[in-house]
Design a protein around this ligand. Structure first.
Ligand SMILES: Nc1ncnc2c1ncn2[C@@H]1O[C@H](COP(=O)(O)OP(=O)(O)OP(=O)(O)O)[C@@H](O)[C@H]1O
Ligand SMILES: [Mg+2]
Length: 272
């Protein structure tokens, strides 16, 4: 079992404090949904966990199985088992989905390290691509997983997110997650912009990946994703921190009452 712990996390971007004391514990096997008004800092939390260099942690800690990840660069955090699906995925023209995934998977599974060790050791190095997962093995796995997660096989050759529709981007993210097999996945609005069929495909993918050895933090605005993916916990994010945690009933209550009462009860979010 693994644990992701966020302790009294404060973080700033360009000198403005956005996160103001976030506390959250996510264990493997759990799905925890995070809901909250626009601008409350949900995406900021996701970026800070992933190690985006733009954000500065000013207080608190993020731990995976008791080990702080704050000093780790984004790729090291990936290796430590953290995965972030962005609200606005970046486009990478010139890098195909297959190449991107092969590089990422090789990093996470330690091929890159093995190659470096070989270089320093017995000299089995210098082969181009020796730091990558063997092509044939990779291809086989990719083809299988594309089938399993309903991603059209033509996507392997396309440039990452280049010209992808909103729904295609989100499906590709589920594929990334299936390939990288993280301990903890943070999904930032994986439901936004999806039509009903795509929502089901993405939700099915998440459910398949929601095994007892993996935890999910799902940032979402709408109850509708939660009709398909069932979180055990739902937290309300407001003014840079979690103000309330409950069960599935929290989402229904928000759907009914909106966020006005949150503001009344927990104070107006200080202007950033
Ligand atoms: N680079 C930045 N410079 C200045 N302010 C920023 C920067 N990035 C984020 N912010 C501010 O931080 C606050 C939180 O933004 P964030 O994107 O985390 O909100 P959110 O909860 O994800 O909102 P949404 O529901 O709209 O996605 C916002 O007021 C935003 O303007
Ligand atoms: Mg956001």
């Amino acid at each position: 079992m693994s644990v992701l712990e966020i302790r009294n996390l404060h973080a700033a971007v360009e000198g403005t404090e956005i996160l103001k004391g976030v506390n959250l514990t996510l264990r493997s096997g759990e799905i925890h949904a995070l809901m909250g008004p626009n601008g409350s800092g949900k995406s900021t939390l996701a970026y800070v966990i992933a190690g985006h260099p733009h954000y500065t942690v000013t207080e608190g800690d993020i731990l995976v199985d008791g080990q702080s990840v704050l000093d780790m660069a984004a790729d090291e955090r990936c290796k430590a088992g953290l995965f972030l699906a962005f609200q606005y995925p970046v486009t990478v023209p010139g890098v195909s989905v297959a190449n991107f995934l092969r590089t990422a998977v090789s990093n996470v599974r330690g091929y890159t390290e093995k190659a470096a060790a070989a270089k320093n050791g017995n000299g089995h190095s210098g082969v181009i691509g020796s730091n990558l997962m063997p092509m044939r093995e990779f291809r086989k796995e990719l083809t299988e997983k594309m089938k399993e997660y309903n991603v059209d096989s033509s996507f392997a050759r396309r440039y990452l997110n280049d010209g992808f529709s909103g729904g295609e981007k989100k499906r590709t993210e589920v594929l990334q997650m299936a390939m990288l097999e993280p301990k903890f996945a943070i999904l930032d609005e994986s439901d936004s912009g999806l039509d009903i069929d795509a929502l089901r495909v993405v939700a099915d993918g998440i459910n398949k990946l929601a095994t007892p050895d993996r935890g999910f933090l799902m940032i979402t605005h709408y109850q509708r994703l939660l009709n398909y993916v069932k979180p055990q916990y739902i937290s309300i994010f407001h003014g840079g921190r979690i103000v309330m945690t409950g069960g599935p009933e929290v989402a229904l209550m928000l759907e009914e009452r909106g966020y006005g009462w949150v503001e009344k009860e927990f104070g107006v979010a200080e202007a950033a």
